[in-house]
Design a protein around this ligand. Structure first.
Ligand SMILES: [Zn+2]
Length: 164
C-alpha cells in the first residue's frame, strides 16, 4: 500500500490497526503515544507504520506557512513535523486539529479528518490576558515549551484564543 497519508496522533489512536498499515507518521509521535496511551503504543509498534523524519528544509517551510497564518503559537513539535512531512512528500494529512486543518486549507495542502466532518470555518488566533482581557495579535514566533508569557499591563497569564 502506498504511503500517501500522514496521520496525526488522534488518527493513530482512533483507527483500526489494519487501516494503519503503510501510513506515514513521525518519530516524535512515539513519545506522545507513550504519554497518552502506553498500551496503544505497543500495539502500534506492530502496525507496519512508516516512521519518518521530515527534512530541515521541510520544517522551515512548515514554520513559514504557520507564521503566515498566525497559527504558529498553538502548534506542537509533533504538529510541525507532521506538517513538514506532508509538505515534503506531497501527501494527505489526516487530522482533527483545527489549526492544522486551517493551515492545510491556506497552504493548499490536502487533508481529511479522523472522525469529524472537519473544518467549518477559517480560524485565526489571538492572545488574550486571563486578567484584564487585553488582546494581543497572534505571535509570529513559536514559544519555547508553549509558554505564552504574561500580560504587559497586569502580569496575568496570556491564553491563546480563537479570534471571533
Ligand atoms: Zn492583563
Amino acid at each position: 500500500m502506498a504511503s500517501d497519508e500522514v496521520l496525526d496522533t488522534a488518527a493513530l489512536l482512533a483507527w483500526p490497526v489494519e487501516r494503519l498499515r503503510g501510513c506515514l507518521v513521525v518519530h516524535s509521535q512515539r513519545e506522545e503515544l507513550v504519554r497518552i496511551s502506553p498500551d496503544r503504543g505497543l500495539v502500534l509498534e506492530a502496525a507496519e507504520l512508516v516512521w519518518a523524519t521530515p527534512t530541515e528544509d521541510a520544517l522551515t517551510k512548515a514554520r513559514e506557512l504557520a507564521t503566515t497564518t498566525g497559527d504558529i503559537a498553538g502548534l506542537s513539535n509533533v504538529d510541525f513535523e507532521l506538517l513538514a512531512l506532508v509538505l515534503e512528500r506531497g501527501v494527505i494529512l489526516v487530522t482533527d486539529d483545527y489549526r492544522l486543518q486551517n493551515l492545510c486549507e491556506l497552504g493548499g495542502i490536502a487533508w481529511s479528518s479522523v472522525t469529524t466532518e472537519g473544518i467549518r470555518s477559517m480560524w485565526s488566533w489571538e492572545l488574550r490576558c486571563s486578567g484584564c482581557k487585553l488582546v494581543i495579535d497572534a505571535p509570529k514566533e513559536p514559544y519555547p515549551d508553549r509558554n505564552l508569557g504574561n500580560c504587559r499591563e497586569c502580569g496575568a497569564e496570556l491564553a491563546l484564543r480563537r479570534r471571533r
